[in-house]
Design a protein around this ligand. Structure first.
Ligand code: C2E
Ligand code: MG
Ligand code: MG
Length: 559
């Protein structure tokens, strides 16, 4: 028994150090010896263990109380700083069980190196909060900062103002000097905006930046400050031996004009900016209640979407998900399409947000779920169907009832349905949402986390979520094979997903190299233009059957 135990400790996957009541080390795992010191057994803890471990063991053995939670510390291992999680447990061993000399209280230190995981987490958080090119804050972060500012008592009294800066002629710079110079120029724009001493500078879109200041726009309606921002931004840029000049317009709003909702501040400043950009001459414009064009267009959009639902202008396209090993189509993702009688096809990037804003996504989502389930249930191949579900369908709609009725009416087995959710749904950590996810899962429906890496992805959080599949966002795949950081993140996500027992799908695979690299890294499933663009059911079905036919004839030929 003793031999077995020593062996089990030595072979342990974690760092394990067993200490007797004399504080002498009695057993250690190989990993512990690799990280701490090659000769642990027989030594006193004070001679070999780093301070945090020693103190925890001392405390546990002296007080007789175990640590009540896992701790995290940074220790020096072979000259390198490593982040480790550790815990100390106690066992009382009486002389009946072992030789008299071993009897007494025994403490066991278990630790795990989480350095890489924490690094990737920090990186992912950084990416969600910053624009990777310029280092400016992302929209998410910017809105959050406004919220934080207006959340304090002084912030509420003093107010906040947002200046949106739209750049023009950027395209000319990109076209004539190339994108590398365009990128360099954008970095300089951020540096110049920082000079104004704002609370935050963000890049909201390709050519739209935002500046947050404490205080209201002021007596001049913010024009004075806006003019200084413009003057900074339009000053000529030196890019190696080239000189470039761009134009700038500013739209602004403050918490008096827009209220204290951070989103409203940003979108009102955006309305003012779009009007400033349309009018000649007016280079800086503050939001006013009369600028209700956005509200109007929102109403127009709502009317158009309602009509589209009634007139059945929506349809579903499907994009295959492919086993990277065998090339076999294992599933399809349903993607909504809208063909407007006059406007032609409208991009989901436009109408999905509009449908979410107006709440119509609940009805539209239900329609798509039913239509796709009905269609795919009738296919001769049992591929899995993945359907995008908006957070609103969880929060305000009854997603569980919708899924049940779609399954019942179509006859599609629950195991063949998967819902795709975004991380924004999970950061709220609302228990009723997690509960709905658990109900769906208990009924056999799969849950996939879409666009992973673009939100507040926390890798350690991942283990606790009721999610079976992680879809790595296309922005990471796009960087392959050149982008070292993207591939490091992909590898880390794959490694961790495997240990958590989660399936990974890579999105946006556009070429053979990307497919090959992902497969090598251990990714099982891929989706992207390289395999197939999304298409109407009959096209995708034809592709599926043709591929199968090819495989069958190949087998027959070999046979
Ligand atoms: P998503 O769920 O991440 O879907 C993947 C998007 O990437 C699709 O865009 C697809 O056409 C595109 N895509 C696929 N392969 C490639 C590739 O190799 N390269 C590139 N550049 N793009 C690729 P799509 O159809 O425009 O949809 C955009 C987004 O709209 C979807 O992103 C999803 O978030 C949302 N959406 C679409 N249909 C629905 C729906 O029925 N309900 C909800 N709630 N959202 C939907
Ligand atoms: Mg999706
Ligand atoms: Mg996606």
């Amino acid at each position: 028994m003793r031999g077995i135990l020593t062996r089990v400790v030595a072979d342990n996957f974690d760092g394990v150090v067993v200490v007797d009541h004399n504080k002498s080390i009695r057993a250690a795992s190989r990993l512990a010896e690799e990280l701490l010191s090659p000769e642990l057994r027989g030594t006193h803890i004070a001679d070999v263990l780093p301070a945090p471990f020693r103190e925890a063991l001392d405390a546990a053995l002296d007080s007789g109380r175990m640590m009540d939670a896992v701790s995290e510390v940074v220790i020096l291992c072979n000259g390198e700083r490593r982040t480790v999680e550790f815990v100390v447990t106690l066992s009382d061993v009486d002389a009946g069980e072992v030789s008299a000399q071993s009897a007494g209280r025994v403490a066991c230190l278990t630790f795990r190196d989480v350095t890489e995981r924490r690094q990737v987490e920090h990186r992912l958080t950084y990416l969600a909060q910053h624009d990777p090119l310029t280092g400016a804050a992302s929209r998410v972060k910017f809105v959050e900062t406004i919220g934080a500012l207006l959340g304090t008592p002084t912030g509420r009294v003093r107010g906040a103002s947002v200046y949106l800066i739209g750049l023009s002629r950027l395209k000319t710079v990109n076209d004539t000097l190339g994108h590398a110079y365009g990128d360099a120029l954008l970095k300089q724009v951020v540096a110049r905006l920082e000079l104004s001493g704002p609370i935050s500078v963000a890049r909201l879109e390709g050519n739209a930046f935002a500046v947050l200041r404490e205080g209201l726009l002021g007596e001049d309606g913010g024009v004075g400050f806006a003019e200084t921002l413009i003057a900074e931004v339009v000053r000529p840029y030196t890019l190696d031996e080239h000189r470039a000049i761009i134009g700038a317009r500013v739209g602004m709003s403050d918490s008096d004009l827009s209220g204290s909702a951070p989103d409203a501040l940003v979108s009102h400043a955006g309305v003012a900016l779009s009007i400033a950009s349309d009018q000649s001459g007016n280079r800086a414009l503050a939001f006013s209640k009369e600028m209700d064009t956005r509200i109007k267009s929102k109403q127009d959009m709502e009317i158009a979407l309602r009509a589209a639902l009634a007139r059945e202008e929506f349809s579903v396209h499907y994009q295959p998900q492919v086993d990277l090993e065998t090339g076999e189509v294992t599933g399809v993702e349903a993607l909504a399409r809208w063909t407007h009688p006059e406007l032609g096809s409208v991009s989901p990037a436009k109408f999905i947000p509009a449908a979410e804003e107006t709440g119509l996504i609940i009805e539209l989502g239900r329609w798509i779920l039913h239509a796709a389930a009905r269609e795919v249930a009738g296919w001769p191949r049992p591929v899995r169907l993945s359907v995008n579900v908006s957070p609103l369908q969880f929060e305000l709609g009854d997603i569980v009832a919708d899924v049940r009725s779609a399954l019942a009416q179509s006859g599609l087995p629950a195991e063949r349905l998967q819902v795709e959710i975004t991380e924004s749904l999970l950061v709220t950590e609302a228990s009723q949402i997690t509960e709905k996810l658990r109900v769906l899962r208990a009924e056999g429906v799969g849950i996939a986390l879409d666009d992973f890496g673009t939100g507040y992805s926390s890798l350690s959080y991942l283990g606790r979520l009721p999610v079976d599949t992680i879809k790595i966002d296309q922005s990471f795949v796009r960087g392959l094979p050149g982008d070292g950081e993207a591939s490091a993140i992909i590898r880390a996500v794959l490694m961790l997903s495997e240990s958590l027992g989660k399936h990974v799908v890579a999105e946006g695979i556009e070429n053979q190299d990307q497919a090959w690299l992902l497969r090598l890294a251990g990714c099982r499933t891929g989706q992207g233009y390289f395999f197939s663009r999304p298409g109407p059911a009959q096209d995708i079905l034809a592709q599926l059957l043709a591929a199968e036919h090819d495989r069958l004839t190949a087998v027959t030929r070999v046979g």
